[in-house]
Ligand binder design. Sequence first.
Ligand code: CP3
Length: 340
Amino acid sequence: MRLHKTLSGQKDEKTPIWFMRQAGRYLPEYRELRASTPDFISYCLDSPKAAEATLQPIARYDLDAAIIFSDILMIPWAMGAGVHFVTGEGPKLTALETPQAIDALSSDDLEDKLSPVAKALRLTRASLAPEKSLIGFCGAPWTVATYMLEGGSSRDFGSSRRWLWRDPEAMDHLLDRLVDDSIRLLTMKAKSGADVLMVFDSWASAVPAHFQDRMVTRPMRKISDGLKKAGVNAPLIGFPKGIGENIINYAADAGVNGVGLDHGVDMAWVDANLPKTMAVQGNLDPISVIAGGKEMLAAADRILAACSTRPHIFNLGHGFNPDTPPEHVGQLVDYLRKVA
Ligand code: CP3
């Protein structure tokens, strides 16, 4: 499968390509399908529609991997954390008053409640060309915990950081619960057809450097170890967005086969500092694709040059914005297919 050689630590002759948020609002065909089920959670739990959204970018751009259409907030939703999406505002949850308040929420029925996601994976796998990878994902414990403590998106993650400094053991407790649920969800996804797994730590940048090992790297390591114990051998990509030079420790200790890189890091530095067998993915600023044209292609060239002697998956530094012109994505993919 297309991502496997790279994630086993070898350079592939052709650089595999996929994009974060490749299914989503920048595509007119997605907006049309999505309009048929306005409630976002209900949409994610509609297996045929989730499968269709997953396949849309593959049909349009022939990418090397599909990522199952779902959301990192499906775990707190299944726990009964009051997850809902308000149009124009984003996700809302019932904020936990303390990290320990997680104990009032139950994960007992996680697999049952999220079985439509497993079905969406099976449907997708049945329609996806066998050589294409299917990525299953979850949010990293820290990132999911921020949504649960803040009650939604946040600019400064004030509640989460307050709890971290006041009572780090309580944060360990909250993250451990999320580690267990992440292992269960990823195991279910792997058994339902995901051949690559990815963990999004989108707000790792909010963790003070002193706590990054404890809140970012170690929970990821526990997930990696837990998956192996459960007999899941799918390669694992970790994306600790914005942790800067700590990516060196993360790559060494988190138990991942590949690391996602945000657009703030210099890929030549990454190449010089990470082991040559560690696969790297990402880095293109998604806003460069809104601009399109020669600056975007030159940025792609710089990434390819920096990764020319190491296992590399082409991707963005974060997801596509809804106002990304689909033609620019096409221009980028056409170019990459010629040179990468
Ligand atoms: O194509 C893909 O990448 C697969 C699908 C996917 C979605 N969310 C669909 C989605 C994936 C991998 C995610 C992950 C996710 N969700 C993350 C981690 C990655 C990242 O972007 O940092 C985070 C932090 C979330 C939480 C989340 N979900 C937020 C903050 C929002 C609101 C954003 C907004 O612009 O409204 C969502 C909603 C969401 N998840 C949308 C999509 C396509 C947009 C909602 C819609 O279609 O109406």
